[in-house]
Design a protein around this ligand. Structure first.
Ligand SMILES: CC(C)(COP(=O)(O)OP(=O)(O)OC[C@H]1O[C@@H](n2cnc3c(N)ncnc32)[C@H](O)[C@@H]1OP(=O)(O)O)[C@@H](O)C(=O)NCCC(=O)NCCS
Length: 162
């Protein structure tokens, strides 16, 4: 069987443990953050949630990253990107941008107006902020000391034109 070089598909329950491994392998998240991320992964993959969806990037059959997103409650056609992670060994090779572009085109097809992304102002997130800016996201708000003192919440947004 010839496996496709790269493919992005909806996540299934069978992906759960590998997604957990990718998240913890980034070394970016605390145990509490990993727990929160996996609550949403489980809601999307195991709980049949309509609020959260996962798409998974595979290369030659190996799962290398995923995005978790969903419609922002109580809005007309606004979506949130809740988590995005790429296997530590393959970061910086374009897979994150491929996942983000996939989510954006999927949402455009559904008539989404805007995609929002929240992130932290901690110095360790500077490469992540550069990644979002390179993808056309603009910082639209900052809540000072939101996560903890000296750790602000930054909100990035992109208008999704049809
Ligand atoms: C943020 C993340 C999803 C980006 O995916 P990626 O596949 O590494 O990024 P790409 O290769 O598509 O894009 C590379 C760009 O992203 C930025 N970047 C972010 N993290 C990077 C990393 N660890 N290594 C290299 N570049 C990184 C760089 O600015 C780079 O731009 P450049 O090529 O002009 O230097 C990925 O690095 C990751 O999983 N990081 C840890 C988890 C995280 O922070 N998730 C987002 C918050 S939930």
């Amino acid at each position: 069987m010839i496996l496709p070089a790269m493919a992005i598909r909806p996540g299934t329950a069978a992906d759960r443990d590998r997604l957990s491994e990718i998240l913890s392998g980034t070394g970016r998240f605390t145990e509490r953050e990993l727990g929160w991320a996996m609550e949403l992964v489980d809601a999307a993959l195991l709980g049949g949630s309509e609020e959260y969806e996962v798409c998974v990037l595979e290369e030659e059959g190996a799962t290398l990253g995923f995005a978790l997103f969903g419609r922002t409650p109580r809005t007309d056609d606004v979506y949130d990107l809740y988590w995005l992670a790429v296997d530590q060994a393959r970061q910086g090779t374009g897979l994150g941008q491929s996942l983000l572009q996939f989510v954006e085109s999927e949402l455009r097809a559904r008539g989404a107006r805007m995609l929002l992304i929240e992130t932290s102002s901690k110095a360790t997130y500077a490469p992540t902020v550069r990644f979002y800016e390179a993808a056309g996201y603009r910082q639209i708000s900052k809540i000072k000391d939101f996560y903890r003192i000296e750790d602000d919440k930054l909100v990035f947004s992109k208008t999704l034109k049809p």
